[in-house]
Write a protein that binds this ligand. Structure first.
Ligand SMILES: *[C@@H]1O[C@H](CO)[C@@H](O)[C@H](O)[C@H]1NC(C)=O
Ligand SMILES: *[C@@H]1O[C@H](CO)[C@@H](O)[C@H](O)[C@H]1NC(C)=O
Ligand SMILES: *[C@@H]1O[C@H](CO)[C@@H](O)[C@H](O)[C@H]1NC(C)=O
Ligand SMILES: *[C@@H]1O[C@H](CO)[C@@H](O)[C@H](O)[C@H]1NC(C)=O
Ligand SMILES: *[C@@H]1O[C@H](CO)[C@@H](O)[C@H](O)[C@H]1NC(C)=O
Length: 945
């Protein structure tokens, strides 16, 4: 542009003046070019007033410091030209500024420009071919609205090292001219609409270090010429459109440290030869149609420390034994394969960073031991047809619906239907079970952003109907499966509620995010490439998708899967994957029976049960109790067991006979009131302890057996492993991890020091699996959670009743609720099992009940340590802590309780015990202390120390 001479003179003078310190000036033509560039980009805050100098840096507003990470506002000059008298613009970086314009062809008027970075704006139009004549080194146009092709003229930019055009809407084939870029190191094409085959000329890009080409519509196979790119360090091919198999030439790319290939179509093939790729620290070969075994050499890759994801292939055989050297890998996903055989012990237990679920590992391993990372579901069409780890779950009754507020708290959008809370986090691989009849399991980590939660809350207000269902949503990086169980069979309506709530953070460019995932119901793909925003007609709008599902085995499976498509970096890196707001499932044909249960909001939720050690501590406790004469009920174990179909963790009687040499007396390591215990050796070398519950045993009951099978999501360091059980005839055999002491009781009481007693109690508690209120809220298991469970178990023992067995026609009343009400009324002794009669030491019982209530306090902080529990029981003193006051709802249950009293056939006890002081003994209001027995509650046991 030509300026009146005088005007440009004036500008020239001012520039001279303001850049006096440098003694250098930006040529007027570049100033002029910058004005045009600003106009085209929609950059309105560049200051071109008289005297403003684009090279004056921060003072002139041409550089802004302290912007949030990912944002930048910089114009950089080099003023060393012509003996430091002339400046030229060499870099423009305007990142995350929401610029609304287009790409400026005027850039060519900045002849020394090397870097142009317009990451995350709102620019549209096409890429100007004119740029091809420049000497640009780095171009980043990531996250805009650009359309059209990459200009073939870019092949002339011999200086180009970086070309990043990810997350746009570019289309057309990759120009073959790009192959003649001699210095290209970084080529990022992800998430566009590129088509066609990759041109063979690209084989010449031997300088390439970093290539990302996912989420496009390329065609053909992954070309063999990839093997030329021997300098490649990062290769990402996720849902690129290219077919597999992975070419063998990949073996030559020995500098690769980050290899991610996923969602390949095409024929299946065995594992690619990666033997020599020893620099790998991240390896993802997900959903690549790989068959056959996992190669041993992966176990020798010492640099493989970050991420190993081989999920959703058809890998079979065992996990190589040398994988133990991968135990420091941050994340391992072997999810969704056909792997079988034993799982190396280092992968089991409480490791939260390993997902082995959905494989063919033996069910006893999968579902016992709290190894929820081994959790296997149906994937309908697979083996069992039901959620394996729930295989033996006993449904108290079948329901015809469930409603979930995914990622959110409990809501009642229509004032009636309860959408249950779903805020348990769990580890990515864990199976999380609700207190009612549904659960979920997810897998994966958000790559490049490990800290993202698996559920989210909308930042801005939502205005749709029932918006409380949409403000929270659950996310998953790869796969998310919800299960309904205990369902009446029939045809169900499945309503899936979605609203896109992550692309509306106030920036225009946020709306450029594309979330794409697949939906499967009962294992069938019902929605491919689902895009919430498209279907709902915008961001922050609701869309309810309706499907029907045929439930034939009581279970319903709804699965969401990210198949590598869509953006992964808008508005920030790591935003992608399935998102679900709410799920509503019902069977419209089901006529409910006339009566209904009301659950008391006592916070006691019996649902999730620990997988391990269930039997022995309970039995032990009962043995103790029976010996003390606390409990004397007739069990109906046989009947209870016969009706059950315990599929999980089953051992055959033959296996166990072989292991114990047909219950050889030489193998007998103990005999308790509940039956003998044998040591045994399984054929795979595992040493076990087998407890043979005599059929005459009194301790069994239906809940107890159910719980063996209800293997849960919980993992706990203190728990002894229950490997499984065997039910044949009227025999119940429990198979445990073998402990070195020769009897379980001795193991517990041989050294009952403080630590031991803590362990014992946590075993007892965890064993029983009563879930403390805070656990129900948040998915966090602590010793204090166990103390809570101990409290409930103790109440059960004293009352001789199961925690949830107080039922009337209308109410299912929990023991704790009842205890609180009784305490409130001063009638605590009504709780005591009437069958105890005179065998019961009233002071001990009162102490026990008060300790129990203290342990079951809703506030974890109030609950005592188990060591204190032991000393309280010994000293018969319980500190007075206000119990949570019985709620109005609880107090109003008077009528119910009268009914209960009848149903329990109580002999009314006139003993009322109240606490009177902080540290004094408890006194009975209608029985003198002198009548009471001396304390001997557990002194005998303690004598055996
Ligand atoms: C730069 O300065 C040096 C001495 O300082 C001089 O010899 C040279 O000619 C100058 N070059 C130009 C292009 O002015
Ligand atoms: C770019 O977007 C604006 C609206 O933001 C629209 O008016 C204009 O037509 C678009 N230009 C092109 C080339 O698509
Ligand atoms: C991608 O390209 C194909 C064909 O070139 C076209 O049919 C399709 O609409 C494009 N998709 C988008 C999102 O632009
Ligand atoms: C790995 O490298 C060794 C030594 O260079 C070579 O002999 C071997 O064939 C290579 N393996 C593969 C699978 O390429
Ligand atoms: C493994 O990683 C370390 C540190 O990043 C690196 O120095 C070393 O060269 C790598 N080893 C191989 C075989 O690439």
């Amino acid at each position: 542009m030509i300026f009146p001479r005088s005007f440009s003179l004036v500008i020239g003078i001012f520039i001279c003046f303001t850049t006096f310190a440098y003694g250098a000036t930006l040529p007027p033509d570049e100033v002029e070019a910058l004005k045009e560039i600003g106009k085209t980009l929609g950059k309105t805050d560049w200051n071109f007033s008289m005297g403003a100098d684009p090279c004056s840096g921060e003072a002139g507003g041409w550089i802004t410091t302290n912007l949030p990470e990912g944002s930048e506002n910089t114009v950089t000059c080099n003023c060393s030209f012509v003996n430091n008298t002339v400046c030229h613009i060499i870099r423009i970086a305007l990142k995350s500024q929401d610029l609304p314009g287009m790409l400026p062809s005027e850039l060519v008027r900045l002849p020394h420009l090397q870097d142009i970075d317009l990451t995350r704006n709102y620019l549209n139009g096409t890429i100007p071919p004119e740029w091809g004549s420049m000497k640009l080194v780095n171009i980043s146009l990531l996250g805009n609205r650009l359309t059209g092709p990459i200009p073939k003229e870019f092949g002339n930019m011999r200086t180009l090292a970086t070309l990043t055009v990810e997350f746009n809407q570019l289309s057309g084939p990759i120009p073959k001219e790009l192959g003649s870029l001699p210095l290209l190191e970084k080529l990022h094409l992800t998430s566009n609409n590129f088509t066609g085959e990759l041109p063979e000329t690209l084989a010449k890009l031997t300088t390439l270090k970093n290539l990302r080409i996912g989420d496009n519509h390329f065609i053909g196979q992954i070309p063999n010429f990839f093997q030329n790119w021997v300098n490649l360090e990062t290769l990402v091919i996720q849902a690129s459109g290219l077919d597999g198999p992975i070419p063998l030439g990949i073996s030559l790319l020995t500098k690769l440290s980050d290899l991610r290939i996923s969602d390949l179509n095409g024929s299946q093939a065995t594992f690619p030869p990666l033997n020599n790729l020893t620099s790998l620290n991240t390896l993802i070969l997900r959903s690549c149609n790989i068959i056959g075994p996992i190669p041993d050499y992966l176990g020798t890759m010492t640099n493989l420390t970050k991420y190993l994801d081989l999920s959703f292939n058809k890998l079979s055989g065992n996990i190589p034994s040398n994988f133990v050297s991968l135990s420091s890998v941050q994340k391992i996903y072997l999810t969704g394969n056909l792997l079988s055989g034993p799982v190396p012990s280092w992968m089991l237990g409480s490791r939260k960073n390993i997902d082995l679920s959905y494989n063919n590992f033996s069910e006893s391993q999968s579902c016992q031991q709290g190894n929820t990372n081994l959790f296997r579901s149906s994937s309908k069409g697979n083996t069992s047809g039901i959620v394996s780890c729930l295989g033996s779950y006993h449904c108290e009754r079948n329901l015809s619906s469930f409603h979930i507020n995914c990622g959110g708290e409990e809501v009642r959008p229509d004032g009636n239907t309860v959408y249950e809370a779903d805020q348990n986090l769990g580890a990515p691989s864990n199976f999380i079970q609700s207190p009612t009849n549904w659960g979920f399991s997810g897998t994966g980590n958000f790559l490049d952003n490990d800290n993202r939660d698996s559920y989210i809350t909308s930042l801005s207000g939502l205005s749709m109907k029932n918006s409380e269902l949409y403000v929270n949503a659950r996310l998953s990086p790869i796969s998310l499966t919800y299960y309904g169980f205990c369902l009446v069979n029939g045809i169900y309506n499945v309503n899936l509620h979605f609203a896109e709530i992550m692309f509306n953070d106030g920036k225009n460019y946020s709306s450029l995010g594309r979330r794409i995932f697949n939906i499967y119901i009962q294992g069938e793909l019902v929605q491919k490439d689902f895009n919430i925003e498209d279907e709902a007609g915008g961001i922050g709008k609701a869309i309810i998708k309706n499907y029907t599902a045929n439930v034939t085995d009581g279970t319903l499976e709804i699965r969401f899967y990210w198949a590598g498509k869509g953006t992964t970096g808008i508005p920030v890196r790591g935003v992608y994957g399935p998102l679900i707001s709410a799920i509503s499932v019902n069977n419209p044909d089901f006529v409910p029976p006339p009566e209904h249960k009301k659950r008391i909001s006592g916070g006691v939720v019996v649902g999730i049960v620990v997988a391990v050690a269930i039997a022995f501590v309970i039995i032990l406790l009962l043995v103790i109790v029976c010996r003390r004469g606390f409990l004397n009920r007739k069990g109906t174990l046989e009947q209870d067991l016969r009706g059950l179909d315990l599929q999980t963790g089953s051992f055959t009687l033959r296996q166990i006979k072989a292991a114990t040499n047909n219950f050889d007396d030489a193998n007998k390591i103990g005999e308790g009131g509940f039956g003998p215990v044998y040591k045994g050796l399984l054929s795979d070398g595992t040493v076990i302890a087998v407890k043979k519950l005599s059929s005459k045993s009194k301790q069994g009951n239906r809940e107890f057996v159910n719980e063996i099978g209800m293997i849960s999501a919980l993992q706990h360091p203190h728990l002894v492993k229950l490997y499984g059980c065997c039910i044949e005839g009227n025999q119940l055999l429990l198979v445990y991890e073998y402990m070195e002491n020769n009897s379980l009781a001795r193991a517990l009481f041989a050294k009952l020091d403080e630590e031991e007693s803590t362990h014992m109690s946590t075993r007892i508690a965890g064993t029983y699996g009563y879930m403390a209120p805070e656990y129900a809220m948040r998915g966090h298991l602590t010793d204090k959670t166990d103390v809570y469970s101990f409290g409930i178990v103790a109440l059960e023992i004293v009352s001789g009743r199961s925690n949830h067995s107080y039922r009337t026609k209308e109410y299912c009343l929990y023991l704790l609720d009842w205890a609180l009400v009784l305490k409130e009324k001063g009638n605590l002794m009504e709780l005591v099992d009437p069958k105890l009669g005179s065998a019961c030491n009233k002071i001990e019982v009162a102490v026990m009940i008060n300790v129990a209530l203290l342990c079951a306090n809703t506030s974890p902080a109030v609950r005592p340590a188990m060591s204190s529990v032991v000393s309280m029981l010994e000293s018969r003193t319980v500190p007075i802590v206000p119990d949570p006051v019985a709620s109005d709802e609880q107090m109003n249950l008077k009528g119910v309780m009268i009914e209960l009293q009848k149903s329990l056939e109580t002999n009314t006890s006139d003993v009322h015990i109240q606490s009177t002081s902080t540290d004094g003994p408890y006194t009975a209001s209608s029985a003198s202390v002198g009548d009471l027995y001396p304390l001997n509650w557990d002194s005998k046991i303690l004598e055996n120390r």
